[in-house]
Design a binder for this molecule. Structure first.
Ligand code: DAH
Length: 341
């Protein structure tokens, strides 16, 4: 029996180092550890059998078991280190079997995509970007835009106030007045920005949303310039088949005034739920600047004239991407936001 056990130990000593060296993963190393030195491993088993070996041969064989066991443990430890991040001396080991780490790339918000595109189209036509405060005075938000104190739009139920006489702006139009105060014509600006209205929040309405205001003032600006500019914008912003129409309208700060509709980009004008079966969607208000507004900024209405427009961004963006609830834009849900290019 002693001789058999010795032979087996010699065999293990001869084979184990090469087998352990050949391991290609930590799992394979672990399997060999179990096979040799686990509770039911071959070396463990031989060690237990020592009890049955004649007493005079026991020390010699016991020594041999210890040697082989040390050899195997040493090899297992070396093999295990091969798969560790550090090799024990502080040097980095690279485990090429680990999955790679991906980086989350940020994306533009869908409303930002729309605003950037609108800005780029108008800057091609010579417009520069201006901005103004979101907490606005009643003077700029209403009065200088030809909305006297008894005007229905000044009703507290429509406009938020942060303090008496200090509304959150309900439109981007006040920036028209601020810009005209700062300089003389020609003025050719757009104003992308956020506005606030005391609306009941629903799938189609939010109490804050984005507008882009536009203003062009110079000598000899005509309604034809207004039409040409806004038509050019619509051609470039909407899909090629989209039709554009101008309807007469009313705004306190323009005369004459108009509203612009585009054929519904979802049903192409045949009528659907989004356009409420009208085939058309209103996208902006516009008009020739009212001479009264020029009066507030000391522009001579005999010398200068101009046009202005204002469009809402959120609804148009909903249509463009088929978004069915305006609140998605404000919820910061990555599953929604990561869908837009
Ligand atoms: N400020 C208007 C609104 O919020 C939109 C608008 C209409 C702006 C006509 C203009 C304009 O500059 O000329 O509904």
């Amino acid at each position: 029996m002693t001789a058999e056990l010795r032979d087996e130990l010699d065999r293990i000593a001869a084979q184990a180092p090469a087998r352990i060296d050949a391991c290609a993963s930590p799992e394979e190393v672990e399997a060999l550890r179990v096979e040799y030195v686990g509770t039911k491993g071959s070396i463990t088993r031989i060690n237990k059998l020592l009890r049955e070996v004649p007493a005079d041969q026991r020390p010699g064989l016991g020594k041999r078991v210890g040697e082989v066991r040390s050899l195997v443990l040493q090899k297992l430890q070396e093999a295990g280190q091969k798969f560790q991040v550090e090799d024990g001396a502080g040097r980095q080991r690279i485990d090429i079997t680990l999955p790679g780490r991906t980086f989350l790339l940020g994306r533009r918000h869908p409303l930002t995509i729309a605003l950037d595109r609108i800005t780029s189209i108008f800057s091609d036509m010579g417009f520069t970007v201006a901005d103004g405060p979101e907490i606005e005075s009643e003077y700029y938000n209403f009065e200088a835009l030809n909305m006297p104190p008894d005007h229905p739009a000044r009703d507290m139920t429509d406009t938020y106030y942060v303090a008496p006489q200090w509304p959150l702006r309900s439109q981007t139009s006040p920036v028209q007045v601020r810009e005209m105060e700062k300089r003389r014509p020609p003025v050719r600006i757009i104003v992308p920005g956020k506005v606030y209205r005391n609306e009941d929040v629903s799938a189609r309405a939010m109490n804050q949303f984005f507008q882009v205001e536009g203003l062009y003032v110079d000598r000899n600006v005509t309604f034809a310039d207004l039409k040409g500019t806004l038509e050019t914008f619509c051609r470039r912003f909407f899909p090629p088949k989209t039709r554009v129409r101008f309807r007469p309208s009313y705004f306190p700060f323009t005369e004459p005034s108009t509203e612009v509709d585009v054929s519904c980009i979802l049903c192409n004008g045949s009528g659907c739920r989004v356009c409420k079966y009208a085939g058309w969607l209103e996208i902006l208000g516009a008009g020739m600047v009212d001479p009264n507004v020029f009066g507030f900024v000391d522009y001579d209405p005999e010398e200068y004239n101009g046009f202005a427009f204002g469009m809402g961004i959120d609804r148009t963006t909903m249509m463009r991407y088929g978004v069915d609830d305006i609140r998605h834009f404000w919820e910061n849900d990555m599953r929604f936001l990561s869908q837009f290019e």
